[in-house]
Ligand binder design. Structure first.
Ligand SMILES: Nc1ncnc2c1ncn2[C@@H]1O[C@H](COP(=O)(O)OS(=O)(=O)O)[C@@H](OP(=O)(O)O)[C@H]1O
Length: 297
């Protein structure tokens, strides 16, 4: 696929293809008014980023999108985790995918998949040999990131907010029922996935490393997906203001949305230690499940 054909929404390419509008008779057009370039079709994802929420799923998807053999779904699809979407069927799912050439891989990301009990079986029913990507970061950091996102969402919708410590500690003990804590029990969730998939079908991306040095993590994904190496050091630059790596591709520079990489609250040390302690055994169990240590707290 020529590089310039990669971003199908490119203005110039789009102009020359406007005549294609109206030629589509399938119902996918109903869901998206995109123009179909000749030789392309919408494909069911051959790879899915299954989570974890706040693990760095958006960064991973956007960075993989640099690769000319990858096309990505623009929005979170929630096909396998929301029953009201799942009942719409596989053609509905396909209709939300971008147009791609035959040699391109389609990827979607829905961070909620990893922790939703019904999802592994549903994905397996669709494609038992699918390759899955899972991006994880230190479970305690993930809890704080999860809290921070909810905190800002509530502020924006003028709802009352609570301090982190007041949610996480109840009657002097760790509130292990807190959803954000539950979502960080990676061993519990992984166990369910491994009932349906072989470990070698699930590639784990280190979310802490992706933040600090994205390229090596992306090169491992290229290998896992059997893609030629096309993501280069020149595709990234560190943005001092944002404090994160941003993407340079197709002559454009872009950083992730301002909701990605927000400052976290400073958390009381005792509470931090309680969280580290709670996750320690779960983490160990997870490392042995996946035959890899992540050096989380
Ligand atoms: N390059 C770059 N730029 C900005 N942010 C980056 C980047 N790489 C990884 N991250 C981390 O991604 C975290 C958000 O994770 P997700 O995209 O999975 O969140 S979500 O579940 O989709 O809401 C987000 O978490 P917070 O720092 O808590 O905002 C970031 O730490």
């Amino acid at each position: 696929v020529p590089l310039e054909h990669h971003h199908l929404e490119n203005g110039a390419l789009l102009e020359t293809l406007k005549s294609e509008v109206g030629l589509l008779s399938n119902k996918s057009e109903h869901y998206s008014a995109q123009v179909r370039p000749p030789g392309t079709s919408r494909q069911i994802p051959q790879t899915i980023i299954i989570g974890v929420r706040k693990g760095g799923t958006r960064a991973l998807l956007e960075m993989l999108d640099i690769h000319p053999h990858i096309v990505v779904a623009a929005t979170e699809v929630h096909f396998f985790d929301w029953d009201e979407n799942y009942v719409k069927g596989i053609d509905w799912y396909r209709s939300l995918m971008p147009f791609s050439y035959e040699n391109q891989i389609t990827i979607e990301k829905t961070p909620g998949y990893f922790t939703s009990p019904q999802v592994p079986e549903r994905i397996h029913d669709m494609n038992s040999s699918i390759k899955l990507l899972l991006i994880l970061r230190d479970p305690t950091e993930r809890v704080i990131s999860d809290y921070t996102q909810v905190y800002y969402n509530r502020l924006e919708s003028h709802k009352p907010v609570q301090h982190f410590e007041d949610i996480v500690i109840k009657n002097g003990a760790l509130n292990t029922k807190y959803k954000a804590i539950q979502r960080s029990l990676y061993d519990i969730h992984m166990e369910r996935w491994l009932k349906h998939f072989n470990l070698n079908q699930i590639h784990i991306v280190d979310g802490n490393t992706l933040i600090k040095d994205p390229l090596p993590e992306l090169q491992k994904v290229e290998k896992f997906l059997n893609l030629p190496p096309r993501i280069l050091p020149s595709n990234f630059y560190f943005n001092q203001t944002k404090g994160f790596y941003c993407i340079r591709s197709d002559g454009r520079e872009r950083c992730l949305h301002e909701s990605k990489g927000r400052p976290h609250p400073v958390v009381n040390n005792t509470v931090l230690e309680q969280l580290h302690c709670y996750f320690r055994e779960h983490n160990k169990r997870f490392y042995s499940m996946v035959n890899h240590s992540f050096h989380w707290h």
